[in-house]
Ligand binder design. Structure first.
Ligand SMILES: Cc1cc2nc3c(=O)[nH]c(=O)nc-3n(C[C@H](O)[C@H](O)[C@H](O)COP(=O)(O)O)c2cc1C
Length: 303
């Protein structure tokens, strides 16, 4: 039987160090978290206030810090910094769909430029072989853009590739393209992680039946809505609704407590909790109402 490895997806504004640590205390099932991409100063230095986010800690969820950019030398400098913080691997973001990034040919904006990707990997993999993984979409505008990158990926010592089977143009909506995922997965000689829209145990099991040999899966919004999803997938059973409610409330209380110590002012704190409850409310039958009230109290506080 294949052992299922589960990754926590990187999501800016959600999967910061506080979330990851409180998650680890309250829930199980996640083997590794890829961090949201690093914000830099001068392109190749991690802001000192952000360094803590990327320190490896044996007692917490193992992390793979993510870096976005197209400059190989900046990437190498940043990767060496995260290795010095105790991490074994750095992840290259080839999937960010936001125009601020794609216009600069970063994230998904690089997928259609095989020559640039080739030059990047040639330089980076010579400097840090076997220590880089990639997270990618099908393309920026078209789902076949990735096709030209597959032979390149196969030539370089890359540890694993996460595929989120949407184009950048789709952002996070529309449907995931499982046919294209399957096509690319078959062509890749590197271990592949599937990512996209896994929201329930039942949904995971259907995907697993379609890709029985795949044992690496990444959970994002489905996990943030139901933080017990990873555990449910590992154990093959759904959690009782009452138990889930109780545990999510305790989890949310501790998140609030930890963010209160970290963030300055009630407005920042409320904004952060609203961001988490944008997902968590989906787990409750009355969730929409609770979330509406939370958002309303935020706007009332702001005025
Ligand atoms: C608000 C938001 C922020 C995100 N930030 C990142 C990021 O920093 N790096 C990254 O690789 N993906 C990022 N993603 C994409 C997720 O990692 C993931 O690929 C996407 O949500 C699809 O998976 P899901 O359907 O399981 O959520 C972000 C997604 C959202 C919605």
């Amino acid at each position: 039987m294949t052992i299922t490895k589960l990754y926590m997806a990187p999501v800016r504004g959600i999967t910061d160090i506080i979330y990851r640590n409180v998650f680890h205390k309250h829930f199980s099932g996640i083997d590794t978290a890829i961090t949201p991409f690093i914000t830099t100063v001068h392109g190749d230095q991690i802001k000192s206030s952000q360094k803590e986010e990327f320190i490896s800690n044996d007692n917490l969820i193992p992390i793979i810090p993510q870096i976005i950019g197209k400059s190989p030398s900046n990437f190498i400098t940043l990767a060496k910094t995260v290795f010095d913080l105790g991490n074994a691997e750095a992840n290259w973001n080839l999937g960010c769909p936001y125009p601020t990034m794609t216009k600069k040919r970063c994230g998904a904006g690089l997928i259609a430029h095989a020559d640039l990707v080739d030059q990047f990997l040639d330089t980076v993999c010579s400097a840090i072989p076997n220590r880089i993984s990639i997270k990618v979409r099908l393309g920026l505008l078209n789902r076949d853009e990735l096709e030209n990158l597959i032979p390149l990926f196969n030539r370089y010592p890359i540890t694993e590739i996460t595929i989120h089977p949407r184009t950048g143009k789709q952002m996070y909506g529309g449907v995931v393209d499982l046919e294209m995922f399957e096509l690319y997965k078959e062509q890749l000689l590197i271990p592949v992680i599937y990512n996209g829209d896994i929201t329930t145990l039942d949904h995971f099991q259907k995907l697993k039946a379609r890709f029985p040999n795949l044992n690496k899966w990444m959970l994002g919004r489905g996990l943030f809505s139901n933080p017990m999803l990873a555990q449910e997938i590992k154990r093959g059973v759904c959690t009782d609704a009452a138990e889930r409610t109780e545990r999510i409330i305790k989890f949310s209380d501790e998140l609030l407590c930890c963010y209160r110590k970290r963030l300055s002012g009630d407005t920042h704190l409320m904004q952060k909790m609203v961001a988490h409850w944008e997902y968590l409310h989906q787990c409750f039958p009355q969730g929409k109402k609770i979330y509406k009230q939370l958002k309303k109290s935020l706007t009332t506080n702001l005025h």
